[in-house]
Design a protein around this ligand. Sequence first.
Ligand code: ADP
Ligand code: MG
Length: 686
Amino acid sequence: MNLSDPLELLPRTKSITVNKFKLLELHTFEDLLNYIPSRYEDYTLKSTIDKVQEGEIVTIKGRVVEAKNIYTRNRLKIQKATIEDETGKIEITWYNQPYLVQLLKPGVLLSVAGEVKRFLNTYTIQPAEYEILKTDDQPTIHTGRIVPIYPEKKGLSTKTIREKMRYALQSLETNVENIEWLPLDIQNFNTLMDEIEAYRQIHFPDTKERAQKARNRLAFDELFTIQLSNAIIKKEWEDEKVGSSLQIEKYQKEIDVFINNLPFSLTNAQKKVVDDIFKDLTKQTPMNRFIQGDVGSGKTVVAAIAAYIAHLNGFQTLYMAPTEILAQQHYSTVAKLFKNQLVTIGLQTGAQKSIKIDSKTDETGYFDIVIGTHALLNESLKLDKVGLVIIDEQHRFGVKQRSMLKKKGFNPHLLTMTATPIPRTVALTLYGELDLSVIDEMPAGRLPIKTWVIPQIKRDKAYTWIKEQIRQHKTQVFVVCPLIEESEIETMKSVKAVKVEYENLKEKIFKDWRVGLLHGKLKPIEKSKVMNAFKDKQFDILVATSVVEVGIDVPNATIMIIEGAERYGLAQLHQLRGRVGRSDKQSYCMLFTASEESNQRLQYFAKTNSGMQLAEFDLKLRGSGDIYGVRQHGYADLKVASFSDFELITKSKNSVKYFMSKYSLDQFPQIKEKVDTYGRLEIGRD
Ligand code: ADP
Ligand code: MG
């Protein structure tokens, strides 16, 4: 057995469960073991039945005396079981799980964890978890210990995940001799827990301290892998030559004309980044530049200028966006920027095969700029002169994309762009292979977006005010419906919720206005139809799920309503708010919340307009020593590690340096595999 074995080999597991894991992108034992708990419940306190005390969270163990279903008048099904140990009896009650009674035959040994409740003089346990044991000394997994709680998605319950995790660990322990992949000196120097012990302790910790140590080890693994991959890329990169270096001076006049003819003048921050890019493009080594700029800071035009230079030099540009909607939007933006130029632009997404804009395109299907999703690279487009690749809204460079291009014989310049606010120090440490430019200034004339937290009682007043705004200013409004936990069933729920809200707004509240609907289950082509209609001002109000989160640009929309705002993370709220405030008109963001009590997070958000400040506040709120819930929420996609953990970031960086100077990758096939896998995961998720 191997860590990379497929989950089909997991003992006592039906293929339907394996398929659910696959939907979560968990294919191998290693994938599964890296699906880490979001938190733990502590059921370590064990008690005999006679010693239970009201309010305690305990685990008790005993044999079933009897179990029966009780049907109440309001059709509730209650399951009552009496459990007995050598000290006494206690009654346990479940609701609506009638099948339980089949399992709880008299004599069955049961372990139950939950809170002790008292009714008059009898105690009962409200079971949070239970498990049937075959023998008295059988180790428990759901009770009597610190129990892991996993994010529940795609119909997989925490209990199922926990069970399967146990099987995976057991197979590992009985079949694999050594899964340690780090050189021993690196492990020792950083006092890291052994790899297999880390997997054991992250899932079924003996103590919270052990869980923390385990997390530390797995976080180190993650950071080490990222940084090693980057260091290797950087090393290769430095030895490389571009296909042809580009000329800037020769085309200075054309470039100046282009920039002067833009509908606005560039901000100083944009000019600075354009300068950085100019310097890179004339070098013999390929550019590898990473632009970070808050939502609305104007990254697209910077990308367009770079593409123009490639074109002037006779090269093609590939412009990749993370979603189809964004690709279409970039297409129309870029087409507009180049409307007075002899530049041909193609769009290629799953939904739309390359479209030609006007007669400038020649018959051969050659485009100067090809815009699309990552699927772009697999298509049979004519890409024989790619000099520049632009990747939008992604904060890491896809190793795979680059190697695919290299296979086609190019060695292009690369520009990646993101709105994700990663503190500069962290970005430099973690993504040190990239040259970083920051657009830290908004276009002139932008008014800060006014943000208000709106409790239930002020809702009607808010609607009246909004109608007045639409009437007076012909403005447009986004209404984003509450976020519902992400899962198949939940996606359907949120689609349902958005449809209900849409009907409500359309038929009642805004019945005199034109209301549109956008959600994730629409076909890409329908999505873009709705988006375009909204852009063309055919709707006053667009009701949407959080699909409008990334990158959408509708400058005439100045009001953003976020329903159930308390459910969103700050990063997401900031992304959503960034959909307005894209012109010189005053924009507004209204956070509708159901909860009456004032929410510290939302209040802070209302008075803070900088994404970076919000990111830092978020890190602080969550705290760095916090072993529970350190997963990132939208600011970046670290799985185990946290950006606030500077110490571990530094440690792993030093270890990567040490590794690079002392070892070669060929000596460590397991490390090589990890680095390769990491590269594969970097392809965009569409
Ligand atoms: P992002 O950085 O979030 O990708 P965009 O590139 O979509 O931002 O730009 C946001 C909006 O700002 C667009 O409507 C764009 O035309 C406009 N814009 C970009 N640069 C400037 C500028 N220097 N002055 C005024 N408006 C600008
Ligand atoms: Mg953008």
